[in-house]
Design a protein around this ligand. Structure first.
Ligand SMILES: Cc1cc2nc3c(=O)[nH]c(=O)nc-3n(C[C@H](O)[C@H](O)[C@H](O)COP(=O)(O)OP(=O)(O)OC[C@H]3O[C@@H](n4cnc5c(N)ncnc54)[C@H](O)[C@@H]3O)c2cc1C
Length: 472
């Protein structure tokens, strides 16, 4: 039988691969989408964004009931959380979303979905579990997996990663997290709200080392206030044990310590899924950071593109989808588009939440920009006072040369809902004056944008009059 030939094969049906395949099919191309899971959705749907937010949502609502007294609401009985029902609902939502995505794929007549593990045989042939497929172009969107660092001890391999934590039927009594990055920070606060005794152990001097320090410290202080055992400056020794009982040996400030915990989760970073893909045979270059791509998402092999977590660059679901759009445009449209990394926006669903768009202060300075920052603290904010949530800030990073806002960071209870305006400000390169021109309804957290812009405007007027001070 003749080998099937496609205009485009896409490996991986996550938030990178699925939209890439669908867009190409909508362009009229003959497309094959392959995924070893057999269902579309990727890690985002099955072990990442969606399950973590469903569980976190339940934990937040449970915690809010406990806070009700602070708002003069008396609960007549102790609230109970039925974790098995939360997990069952998570399964339903995940299933519904995977089925919905499959229906949308099946509705495109020139898009085929093939379950199975794919690998390149050469630069124009793919092997999917013994079946050979010829292709003109390819998009690799195989995602990333938990990266386990070279820690010592038999417990390291037995510990949970994000792939295991959402499957556990019981809420653990006590859990320790190794690494204080985004995944650990979201999960540790979720478990803490459920009444779990939580520890978070980090090599560095603070949590969330890749995030603006001022923002990260607000979350770190909240963790400490909420009784999470935040252990910093840790040098890890042996990690022994198995599910049900781990011993973590470490030193902190030269002092040897031991932590005994029934559950341990290691979340120390992400590694791109590049091994076993036959990338060498296809002439696609990669290293431990991922598949090497240019700003148009093209790899070292001109007809092969890579998007999402498997490629070098930011690792977010919406960013994978954005990169997919760029890749498909460059493959099939006559003009060329490039990613604009300075537009990156993301949300961390910590407590309080952190939203960021564009550059933070450190990133702007690393790029050689002369920047000024201005912060609006939530302490005097009407909405924050109503919500008893005054531990928050909105921060602008302003390029002194152009007067444009190149970065926005928000920390607060609804920071996720501010991420859209933050992304718009940065992507449209607005100045504080232009943000001030928008009406921000009272009393909402969005008023922070207007208030911060006004502060900047008045400072700049004073500086012009007085000849000094702020230049934004
Ligand atoms: C706990 C957690 C929480 C997260 N929360 C968020 C969040 O709130 N917001 C956010 O934006 N991001 C979040 N992320 C990150 C987000 O999940 C990823 O950025 C996103 O899934 C990347 O999409 P992708 O398409 O590149 O890869 P993936 O979603 O990983 O999809 C890759 C697909 O490729 C398939 N595959 C791999 N190798 C092969 C092969 N050889 N053959 C065939 N198929 C293959 C896999 O089965 C998988 O389905 C979170 C991640 C984790 C772990």
């Amino acid at each position: 039988m003749a080998m099937k030939e496609y205009d485009l094969v896409v490996i991986g049906a996550g938030p990178g691969g699925t939209p890439a395949a669908m867009a190409a099919a909508q362009f009229g191309k003959k497309v094959l989408l392959v995924d070893k899971r057999g269902e579309p959705g990727g890690e985002c749907l099955f072990e990442g964004c969606i399950p973590s937010k469903i569980l976190e949502n339940a934990a937040n609502r449970y915690a809010m009931l406990k806070e009700a007294e602070g708002f003069h609401v008396e609960l007549k009985s102790t609230p109970q959380i039925h974790w098995e029902q939360v997990l069952a609902e998570k399964e339903q939502i995940v299933k519904r979303r995977a089925e919905g995505a499959m229906k949308r794929i099946e509705a495109l007549p020139n898009l085929d979905f093939l379950p199975g593990t794919a690998m390149f045989v050469d630069a124009h042939t793919l092997d999917v579990e013994g079946e050979r497929v010829a292709f003109k172009n390819a998009v690799v969107a195989t995602g990333a997996s938990a990266h386990i660092p070279p820690l010592q001890g038999a417990g390291v391999e037995k510990a949970w990663t994000n792939a295991d934590v959402f499957k556990n039927a019981q809420i653990p009594d006590e859990i320790a997290f190794v690494g204080a990055g985004a995944i650990s920070c979201e999960l540790v606060q979720m478990f803490n709200k459920l009444g779990v005794r939580c520890h978070i152990l980090e090599r560095g001097p603070r949590i969330l080392k890749r995030i603006d320090e001022q923002c990260a410290l607000i979350v770190q202080e909240r963790m400490q206030k909420d009784g999470i055992d935040v252990v910093l400056n840790v040098e890890f020794g042996e990690i022994d044990g198995d599910v049900g009982g781990y011993t973590v040996r470490y030193t902190q400030d030269g002092e040897a310590k031991t932590l005994e915990v029934p559950y341990l989760l290691i979340a120390t970073g992400r590694a791109p899924n590049v091994e076993g893909l036959g990338l060498e045979k296809a002439g696609v270059e990669y290293d431990r950071h991922g598949i090497k791509v240019d700003a148009g998402m093209q790899t070292s092999q001109p007809h092969i593109y890579a998007v999402g977590d498997c490629a070098v660059g930011p690792k977010f679901a919406h960013w994978a989808t954005y990169e997919a759009g760029i890749a498909i445009h460059n493959l099939f449209a006559p003009s060329r588009h490039e990613i604009e990394p300075e537009k990156l926006a993301w949300v961390l669903f910590s407590d309080p939440q952190i939203a960021s768009a564009g550059l933070d202060e450190a990133a702007a300075k690393a790029k050689g920009l002369d920047v000024t920052t201005e912060v609006y603290p939530y302490a005097a904010d009407a909405r924050a006072q109503i919500d008893h949530a005054t531990d928050g800030i909105l921060k602008f990073v302003i390029d002194n040369a152009s007067k444009k806002i190149v970065g926005v960071q928000a920390v607060g209870p609804e920071a996720s809902s501010l991420s859209g305006e933050a992304a718009l400000i940065v992507s449209q390169k607005l100045s504080a004056m232009e943000v001030m021109g928008a009406i921000h309804p009272h009393p909402t957290y969005t008023e922070a944008f207007g208030n911060l812009s006004r502060t900047l405007f008045f400072k700049s007027m004073m500086a012009r009059r007085g000849g000094g001070g702020h230049r934004g």
